[in-house]
Every structure is written in C-alpha cells, then in structure tokens.
Design a protein around this ligand. Structure first.
Ligand code: ADP
Ligand code: ASP
Ligand code: MG
Length: 477
C-alpha cells in the first residue's frame, strides 16, 4: 500500500478535487490510503473567524462561516451527480451548524482557548475529506471516509499536539488495514487528531504532511506521496526565486534539514516516521501528475552543485542575554538554555561571546513569560524581524571554500550577516539576516551556487531526471 497526501491547493475547488480523483484512480493498484488537507485557505479563515468571535465581532465571524458553507456546498454540487450530492449535503450542513454553534459559544465567552481553536480548525479537514471521499465514490472508486479523530491519537497540547504513536499505530491498523485489504481506499483528513478522551486536537500548522507519514509508517507503506502545488522539492522556494529548479533526488538528512529551516513544502516533522521505517517520500505536483517529482530517501547521489538547496525561515527573533558583570560566568549558558527549554522555546541558532549569548528563535515563541524569566537573572534585549537562511547539502561535508563562497555572495547582495552557524550540522551552513533582506540574499546565493556554466550542469541535471510516471521505481535503500 501507499499513502497519498493532497495539500490545500490540490483540493481547493471542484476541478482540483476532480484531478485528485484521477490521480488516485491511476494508482488504485497500489492500494492507496488518501490523506487530505482542508480546502486552500480554509484553516486561516476558520482561525480568523474564531478570533473575530473572541473579539466580540460575532457578525463578522458568522458571515465568514456563511461564505465557507457556500464554498463547500458549491464544490460538492459541482463535483457530484444529484444522487451523491443530496446524500452529502445534509452532512455538510450539519457540520456547518455545529461549527456555527461553536463560534457562537466562543463569541459568548469572548475567549478562543487552544482547545476551542482545535475544535474550530478540525472542521477544515473533516469537511474536505468528506467531499473528497464522495467525489471518489461518484467516480466509481471504492472508498470509505475515515474520521481522523478516531485514528490519530495525541497528547492534549492543543494546537501543537504530539502523537501518541503506539495508540495511533494500533488504531490505524485496526481501522485502515481491513479497508486496504479489501481494496477500498480510506480517505481521511490530515492535521487533525484527538486525545484519548476524544477531544479534537491539531498537530501544528502544515501538519497534514506529518499525518501522512505517521499513517505511512504505521502501516509500513511502500512509499509516501506528498502532492502539492509545485513540481517537487526545489533548489529554493520558487515563489521567492523563479530560477529555482526541481531536485529529482535528495537524501532524508538534506530534506529534513531544509524542512526544519523553512522549506514549507514539507512540515518539519514529516520525515521522522519515514526515516524510522526507511520509506521513500515523494513530492509531486497535482497540476502535473506526469512530472518527475522529487524522491526523498536514505541516500541520494551527489550532484555537481556545491549545495543541494537553500531555505529561508522568516519570523525569527534574536534574543540577546548579557552576562551580569559584562562577562559570562560558568554555567550561565546552561541556565539560559534551561529557561528556553522550560518555556518550550526551540533555539535554532546560538552564538556566545565573553559578554553575551545570542539565540535565534521563532518569533511566536518569545513570550512575555520567557522574557520575564530571563530578565530575572540577566539583562535581555530582542531583535525581531530576522530570518535564518540555510544552505544545505551533503556536498558541504569536508569541502573547502563553500562558506567563503556563501558569505561573499551574501555580501555582494549588500546584505549584512548578524549570526552564523556552521558545523553543528555537517550539511548545513545557516546565518541570520534581516527578514526584509531574504529575497535579495536568496536570489543572489541561488544564482551564484547554481550557476550553469555553458549549460553543462543543467544538462547533467536533466540527464538524471527519472522519466515521468516512473515514480514507483524509487525504492528505499
Ligand atoms: P500544501 O498546501 O500542498 O501543503 P504548502 O503551501 O504547504 O503546500 O507547500 C508548498 C509551498 O512550499 C510552495 O508553494 C512553495 O512556495 C513552498 N516552498 C518553500 N520552499 C520550497 C522548496 N525548496 N521547494 C518547493 N517548494 C517550496
Ligand atoms: N490545513 C492545515 C493548515 O493549513 C494543515 C495542512 O494544510 O497541512 O495548516
Ligand atoms: Mg503544507
């Protein structure tokens, strides 16, 4: 069996869902399990409706839910013949009635807790998976809708819940395996789960990729396919740099490093379950199903470029913690890191000098409580609106001169480097710049590191591209 995950843009409307049905139909011999995201932008819209309700703007909240109701009903009626549509419509209406009740209670309490946020957001994937499942059935695919809340069991850390793997594996095995065995395609929402008590949870924004790999690892899938709106993993974000090229093969380590440092095409945790079971992960374009896509697996052949790809992680803040007497006493770093740890603030890059420690962290994790805890024993200052740029590739191991090339390229773009990290990971050179400098730095780096003298390397890359439709030939090593 295989797992096929379709992101928001791949299920954004009736034509997109129609394409998904065709793609899944073309793989039916592989016994797919399908995991879908909410329709494009729905999670953001649910969140802003919840915030409006909590801020007392009940009518804005209800209006946006009305628009969402219409969008889902329209997609269903465009996709489905009358017999299927008349069966699904009351189910969708009833979900929207529940959603509306939830928003009214948020507006009454004027509070959007993490728990009610999850209750709210879970509707996105529940609705999309019901529509996609009905669309498959209407096209003659044998399938069954599966409620992800019954299978993906998590702790109660609402909005960023961690899966309870043993329980989840047992539930997935019990619920999905019999369907797969009788060649019926399970269709479930990603991103959403529930606690052992059945309270809905979500596993972090962009988490449907992670759901897919959890399902793949639990059921020992032959491969996991992540279908999205770009040709595959690319040498950098194509929306940032139009010259970005498709990477046809990349190692687990390289792809995991890129995902952790801002390559949004994969949720950062996606590869962990796949690595554990050595399951190849493919990134494919739902608008071009015959495209080669990217194969992510344990080992990938080195290429001619100094690095495999460049990622940028925006929304970063540098927190500076000074030594009390203008120098850093022994044990100070450990104490500082313990504070970050207690406040669940993950440190991406750390640099220390005689007089202070600088830590680059995700901006949302810099809470007033974290700052108060640090200030209780040291002077603290923050530099918001920073970004971490990472150049990643197995070719960095032991190769001379790449760091020099990287930093002279960034300097040539007129961009100042505020912090540097090299060596912690042998395959990543990371540095912090102002967020507004990201486009200039990344474009310049891309053109310098992926230069194509006389077209030679472009030709070499084309030569190693698997032929379209050969996706199944990439086995795990
Ligand atoms: P989905 O809705 O399918 O989950 P996402 O929006 O989460 O899709 O991820 C796809 C996006 O990731 C692309 O549109 C692209 O802008 C972005 N992206 C960032 N880095 C990369 C990269 N290295 N390769 C491909 N896409 C990337
Ligand atoms: N719908 C969720 C989000 O937008 C999960 C996902 O798309 O992966 O974050
Ligand atoms: Mg995504």
């Amino acid at each position: 069996m295989i797992v096929m995950k379709f992101g928001g843009t791949s299920v954004e409307d009736a034509p997109a869902i129609g394409r998904v049905a065709e793609i899944v139909g073309s793989r039916s011999a592989d016994d797919p399990v399908v995991v879908v995201s909410a329709l494009a932008r729905v999670t953001d819209q649910l969140l802003s409706a919840g915030r409006a309700a909590a801020a007392g703007d009940r009518s804005a909240a209800l209006e946006s839910i009305q628009a969402l109701r219409q969008r889902h009903l329209d997609a269903a009626s465009d996709l489905l013949p009358a017999a299927y549509s008349s069966k699904l419509q009351p189910e969708l209406e009833s979900s929207f009635d529940h959603l509306q009740e939830l928003l009214i209670s948020i507006a009454t309490l004027q509070e959007l807790s993490p728990r009610s946020t999850d209750g709210l957001l879970s509707f996105g994937e529940l609705l999309s998976s019901e529509i996609v499942s009905a669309a498959f059935a209407a096209r003659g695919l044998s399938c069954e809708h599966v409620d992800a809340r019954e299978c993906l069991i998590t702790d109660a850390a609402h909005t960023k819940a961690a899966p309870l793997f043993d329980e989840t594996r047992a539930r997935l095995e019990a619920r999905l395996r019999p369907l797969v065995e009788r060649h019926s395609i399970p269709v479930m929402g990603g991103f959403v789960g529930s606690t052992l008590d059945g309270i809905p949870t979500t596993i972090g924004r962009g988490g449907s990729d992670y759901s897919a790999s959890i399902v793949g690892a639990a059921l020992d899938a032959g491969r996991i396919e992540i279908w999205t709106d770009v040709p595959g993993m690319m040498t950098t974000d194509p929306n940032l740099c139009p010259e970005a090229r498709l990477i046809t093969e990349i190692s687990f380590d390289e792809a995991a490093e890129l995902a952790s440092f801002g390559a949004k095409v994969l949720h950062p945790a996606t590869l962990l379950p796949a690595i554990e079971k050595n399951i190849p992960v493919w990134v494919l374009n739902s608008r071009d199903p015959a495209g080669a896509g990217t194969c992510i697996r344990a080992h990938a052949p080195r290429n001619h470029h100094p690095v495999r790809a460049i990622a940028a992680k925006r929304h970063t803040t540098i927190v500076n913690v000074a030594g009390e007497r203008a120098w850093i006493p022994r044990g100070f770093l450990r104490e500082v890191l313990a504070v970050f740890d207690r406040h669940e603030c993950q440190v991406d890059i750390v640099a220390s000098s005689q007089v202070r420690i600088s830590l680059a962290v995700e901006s949302d994790s810099v809470t007033p409580e974290l700052l108060a805890a640090l200030e209780s024993f040291a002077p603290v200052s923050c530099e918001p609106r920073q970004a971490i740029v990472s150049v990643v590739g197995e070719n960095l191991r032991g190769r001379q001169g790449i760091a020099a090339r990287v930093f002279s390229s960034v300097a040539a773009a007129g961009v100042n480097v505020r912090m540097i990290s090299q060596g912690a990971s042998e395959i990543n050179i990371g540095f912090v710049i102002q967020e507004e400098d990201v486009p200039a730095a990344v474009r310049r780096l891309h053109s310098d590191l992926f230069a194509d003298p006389k077209g030679r390397e472009g030709l070499a890359m084309a030569a190693v591209q698997p032929q379209p439709g050969t996706a199944r030939s990439c086995d795990s090593h």
